[in-house]
Design a protein around this ligand. Structure first.
Ligand code: SAH
Length: 212
């Protein structure tokens, strides 16, 4: 198994994550795209320096290829739950995560009603859920579920002023404070037949939620 000592910094983490397997046949309705290495390493690094990775139980809702689960385990998480609604995605995650055998559970389920018991201080959600483009409100459904599970949540969202308002309101209602870690561009290569641009680029917010 790899140890945290092999990963020297955020840039090295990005390179490792970028090499993981991608979805084989991404399902458009499930908004399947692998979290790019730069964003994955950035959100994980922020969680790491705040003490929210080492020794913690990580819950990755909509874990897809397992990029965020992989990165968390690599930088010292105790164990992780990688949950997705799609078996094919979980198969890819299982392949990506094989060197961490015994440290993670692959769970097939709906993130809206995760078959998990809420925990508190020892558990941290790290997720990049659908943005709610195909299924409106999917991002907020994931967020609400995450806020029920753990006292800390790290999450990537599409950046729009209206979207950020809804996120802030949801956090407040659930007794959390939300802090934008940074605003970035997500760059995705074309994945579906109707994608015309060479790289699709849009703004996202990396957000940390802390229970008050
Ligand atoms: N974080 C992952 C995947 C991001 S794409 C990665 O970096 O690889 C969003 C993921 O959410 C997809 O894998 C999709 O299958 C999953 N998903 C979509 N709707 C879901 C639902 N209701 N419950 C659980 N997973 C869902």
């Amino acid at each position: 198994m790899k140890s945290v000592l092999n990963v020297l910094d955020k840039a090295a983490l990005e390179l490792v994550l970028e090499k993981l397997k991608d979805f084989e046949k991404p399902v458009e309705d499930l908004e399947q795209y692998r979290t790019p290495g730069d964003l994955a390493s950035q959100i994980l690094w922020d969680a790491y320096i705040r003490g929210d990775i080492p020794g913690k139980i990580i819950v990755d809702l909509g874990c897809g290829t397992g990029v965020l689960t992989y990165g968390s385990l690599l930088i010292g998480a105790d164990n992780a739950v990688c949950l997705d609604i799609d078996w094919e995605a979980l198969k890819v995650a299982g392949e990506n995560l094989k060197e961490f055998r015994g440290m993670f559970d692959l769970v097939a389920g709906d993130a809206g009603r995760p078959p998990l018991r809420p925990r508190n201080e020892d558990c941290v959600v790290v997720m990049n859920s659908p943005f709610g483009v195909k299924k409106r409100g999917a991002d907020i459904m994931f967020l609400k579920a995450a806020l029920k599970l753990c006292s800390r949540v790290y999450s990537i969202h599409k950046y729009t002023p209206r979207g950020l308002q809804v996120i802030a309101r949801t956090a407040e209602e659930k007794g959390y404070s939300a802090m934008v870690i940074s605003a970035e561009f997500m760059k995705l290569k074309p994945r579906y037949s109707h994608h015309r641009k060479r790289v699709h680029r849009f703004k996202v917010a990396l957000i940390r939620f802390t229970r008050n």
